[in-house]
Design a protein. Structure first.
Length: 292
């Protein structure tokens, strides 16, 4: 029997750790909370992505009439819902380990509880567009995921993968190696590596796509600032401002499970570092960014 579910009591029997709520299905597979605070962060991050893409939902040239769209790791479902509104004739499917999507959605979108790392049960040559966003640190075998997507993608269809490159970078010398935000981002990378679901994937994605048989591969890099007061352009300032809001909302959730489970920190040690990170983000003296 395929391990794909719509909803059951066991799936919403969420787990709690260090005061945060985590998914129940495939317990421990995803290291970030699914509670209200983290869901708010996902909504904010959607706006950050929108700013990156100048208000668009995607970059791929999918045309005006895609029929079948898959959103892997849909989270709150906001991207899938917006795509369903954009393309009312399309059927949009969003999958996630957590049932945190709204009940009232457009009639052409549906959500399933599914683990994208399991064997896919979708037909071959089925989807016009497959969307993967911010799944770094969540996937153990990216080549397998990309291969399964390739098998289910229609010939002439598109896959779009949007991920981030850590640790943070800086161009003007304002981020020393002992700065809190740099140390935090390095610890994120280290703990994800120890977990078996590395965040160090951006540089490998084009190669994985090519090796799987994808063609017409295009890569776009967006410099994503943390805080906007120091940025040169209005777009960068707006992007940086919202990116800082996103980090402040999600910082604890990004860190607690990874640092306590894989680095051996206790929650007080984690919170102490997070306090320093918040101070740096608020003061805007460190001009950091990551690449998306």
């Amino acid at each position: 029997m395929p391990e794909t579910f719509t909803l059951s009591s066991s799936i919403v029997n969420y787990q709690y750790e260090n005061g945060r709520r985590y998914h129940a299905y495939r317990q421990g597979a995803y290291f970030f909370p699914n509670d209200e605070q983290q869901n708010n962060q996902l909504e904010i991050f959607h706006h950050v992505y929108s700013l990156m893409l100048d208000g668009e939902l995607y970059c791929a040239p999918i045309g005006n009439s895609p029929k079948t769209i898959l959103d892997i790791g849909t989270g709150t479902g906001i991207w899938a819902i917006n795509m369903a509104d954009r393309f009312p004739e399309a059927q949009v499917l969003g999958t996630d380990l957590s049932a945190i999507q709204p009940e009232w959605v457009p009639p052409n979108v549906r959500f399933e509880i599914d683990d994208c790392e399991s064997e896919w049960t979708y037909p071959e040559n089925y989807f016009d567009f497959i969307h993967i966003r911010c799944m770094f640190g969540s996937i153990a075998d990216w080549p397998k995921l990309i291969s399964q997507a390739h098998r289910s993608l229609k010939r002439g269809g598109y896959i779009e993968i949007i991920e981030h490159k850590l640790p943070y970078e800086c161009d003007d010398g304002t981020m020393p190696l002992d700065s809190a935000i740099y140390r935090w981002s390095k610890h994120c990378v280290e703990s994800s590596r120890l977990s078996g679901k590395s965040m160090e994937i951006c540089q490998h994605i084009p190669q994985w796509l090519d090796q799987t048989g994808y063609t017409n591969i295009m890569e776009r890099v967006v410099k994503t600032p943390m805080g906007g007061s120091w940025c040169e352009t209005e777009k960068e300032r707006e992007l940086g401002k919202w990116n800082a809001v996103n980090l402040m909302e999600g910082l604890e959730g990004f860190s607690l499970a990874l640092f306590t489970r894989f680095l051996g920190w206790n929650p007080i040690e984690v919170q102490a570092l997070l306090g320093l990170v918040r101070t740096e983000v608020q003061q805007q003296k460190v001009h950091s960014y990551y690449k998306t």
